[in-house]
Unconditional design. Structure first.
Length: 280
């Protein structure tokens, strides 16, 4: 597999006046700011990244529209993972219909980790909505799945084989905790389903130093379980800003890929994203 471009499959933007981001509060320090396409482009260029996929940062139509408007103005935006109200099938279908002409919309996501419902992905309305998402050729991203939603993501993938289920951030493994072996078992069961994909992204984990010695073992687990053709790199900027920013994150994650064969490297750094999100 040869990727024509290096793609960051997980990048956020937000202008707080453009949408509702209730989780972005002053307590977040440097994240309590606006991060626009110009800021992102500087970081991507410095790292030698050709394109990126914008991923929703709020469960709102306004955030999705903001990203699509950015995508329409900037060719480096390869695709958008937006939001629709999955727990109301009729409303979800209406929203998907309204977005049907948006060629850069390539996936849907819901902030399940912020949703108080532990059974969100098992709700009948959500399943029906996601069947419609699959029918339209869109992928479904699941953020921060461990511990509440990884099992549900596996059940979802098993019951909707036409839906590509993308596990963001390797499901946020509990490194250094008692739950690591349990996470690995559930992660392996999820990887056993052919319509699942994982993002090597978002691994600034609580209480764990972010360096090659801590991140490489996580990547090797994911590589063993998913294979390179079902893994994709994501920088998770600007969530990396409190931890040193894009460049330092990229250095650590890129170093973890040094032992890959050229075809594997091409998959993780672009080919998988091209295929999974059906990028133009």
């Amino acid at each position: 597999m040869t990727a024509a471009r290096t793609i960051d499959a997980h990048l956020h933007l937000w202008t707080r006046s453009e949408g509702a981001y209730p989780w972005i509060t002053p307590e977040l320090g440097p994240l309590y700011a606006d991060f626009g396409p110009g800021d992102a482009r500087v970081e991507l260029d410095a790292a030698g990244i050709d394109a990126a996929i914008l991923v929703q940062a709020a469960d709102s139509a306004a955030d999705t529209r903001f990203m699509l408007d950015v995508a329409a103005r900037h060719e480096w935006v390869a695709g958008v993972v937006g939001w629709v109200p999955l727990d109301d099938t009729a409303a979800a279908i209406d929203a998907l219909d309204d977005l049907s002409e948006e060629r850069r919309l390539r996936g849907i996501r819901h902030l399940v980790h912020d949703d108080p419902r532990d059974d969100f992905l098992d709700l009948p309305a959500v399943r029906s909505s996601l069947a419609e998402v699959a029918a339209r050729g869109l992928a479904f991203d699941v953020p921060d799945a461990w511990p509440r939603h990884l099992g549900a993501a596996r059940r979802l993938a098993a019951e909707l084989p036409a839906l590509t289920v993308v596990i963001d951030h390797l499901a946020k493994p509990p490194v250094g905790g008692d739950g690591f072996d349990e996470w690995r078992r559930e992660f392996a069961a999820t990887a056993a389903l052919p319509n699942t994909v994982a993002k090597f992204s978002g691994l600034h984990l609580p209480g764990v130093a972010f360096d090659e010695s801590s991140v490489r073992p996580l990547f090797e687990v994911a590589l063993d379980l998913f294979g390179a053709d079902r893994l994709m790199y994501g920088g998770d900027w600007p969530m990396s800003v409190p931890h040193g920013g894009y460049a330092s994150t990229w250095r650590v994650m890129r170093a973890c890929l040094d032992d890959l064969a050229p075809s594997e490297l091409a998959a993780v750094l672009g080919g998988t994203a091209e295929r999974v999100y059906c990028l133009e």
